[in-house]
Structures are given as structure tokens and as C-alpha cells.
Design a protein around this ligand. Sequence first.
Ligand code: IPD
Ligand code: CA
Length: 260
Amino acid sequence: MHDTTMQLRYLSACAIAREAGDLVRKRFLERDGALKLTLKGPQDYLTETDGDVERLIAQRLAAAFPGDDFFGEEGGGAYGPNVWVVDPIDGTSEFARGVPHFCVSIAFLRDGKVEIGVLYDPMRDELFAARRGAGATLNGQPLRVSSIDDIEHASVELGWSSRVPYARYATVHARLHALGAGVKRRGSGALGLAYVAMGRQDAFCELHINAWDAAAAILLVEEAGGWVSDFLTAGCLEHGNYVIACTPALRDVLEQAMAT
Ligand code: IPD
Ligand code: CA
């Protein structure tokens, strides 16, 4: 019974992520080209679509699983033992500026552990999905992290936000560069993590990222054989945490590079 409900949650999360992503794509393609940018803070964008998509996801989940809690980036919510943690658009700055690199992120957590993680990139029609203990897939095909074990050959995404003093970011960036990593930043932490799960890059690191951005995607990396730092520690759901996600062999060197 328990497992059947979890499977239903998994299938529902996939279907809802696709439906939500279709709305995101429609809004992206309908843009009239006029830049009407709203910011929640420095370099922290908000669009009408974020709120609309979050409400759609919340309604669908409430109808299907009325006993579960819901927490979304835009509208907040409640955290209980069974909670959905949702980012309607991760990569909002890219969405707002007309760059097709963003996704819908839906995680289901039980007792503080991610059980289901689903991301949908509507512009590439890529559905990333994982269930704890059952592997991770991209459009139904199994995912595996890359076999890169040498930082000099590694492609590392280093996320950035104005929530962390620039000097700390600059220090980590300089260390990674000195180690010989190919350092990049694309603008969606969730997709950055998913790209580690599928081997498009070998690591994603960020000094502070929120739970709604990363919760779904860290399960993808774990289920694809990668290593992820202990992200969902006490207080993370409310306040976020640092994250390192990488191929197992890169763990030590990246932990040193990210150390304060
Ligand atoms: C941001 C993106 C970005 C990451 C930031 C997030 P948003 O989320 O994931 O890549 O570096 O930490 O806040 O604003 O696009 O939802
Ligand atoms: Ca977001």
C-alpha cells in the first residue's frame, strides 16, 4: 500500500512537471520582447509566470494528495513529514532575459529525506526523474555520472547568488581555476545538478542554494552514482545550505576547494 502510493506520487510528479513545463514554455514563447523585469533583490528575478506555475502545481498536488504538505519558492507553505518542495522555474533570470535554460523542479520529502525528484526542461523536452533506490532517468533512459576522476579534466559548474559575499565566491572560483577545472555557470542550479547526474558536467558546487532549487536534483545525482554533500541538514528546508555534487572521485578535491 505504502509503495503503491509512493509510485503514484512519482508518476503524478512526472505528469505535473510536464504540464507545468508546458505552461512555462508557452509563456516563454509568447514574450513580446519588451523587457518588464521585476526583481525580489539584487540579481533575483521574479516573473508573473513563476507564481502562476507554482499555483498550478500546488492545485494539482493538493487534489491528488490532500494529506501532503506543500512548500513553494514563491508562495511558501508548510513543512510536515510528507512535503512537496517546488521551484516553479529554476533559472528565472534566464527565463526573464529570454535564454532557454530553465526547468520546473518538484521534490517529495518524507521525514526530511528526498524520496522523489523530478525536473522538466520544457525547451529541450527533457524530463529528469528519480525515486530513492530505483535509479534516475532522462526521458526514461537510465542516468550515470561521468567517470572523470581528474580535476584537470573536469567540467565544474559553480553557482552564484548575491546571498553569499562575493569574496567567498571569488576564492572558490580562483581555487578551482588554479586546480585546472573548467569552471562555468549557467543560471539554473537544478539543471546544473541534473547535468552532473547525466555526465554533461562532472560537478556542481554552490556556497548557498535553497532547498527548492536543489532538493529534487540531488536525488538525481545520488541515484546516478554520484556523491552529494550532506545537504538536507537541520534548517536547510527553511534556510538553504551549501552543496557539492560530483563524481565520487572528485569529492576530496572539491571539498577542499569549497572549504571556508
Ligand atoms: C537560482 C538558480 C541559480 C543558483 C541560485 C538560485 P532561481 O534560482 O538556481 O543557478 O545559482 O542560487 O537562487 O532564482 O533561478 O530560482
Ligand atoms: Ca526559482
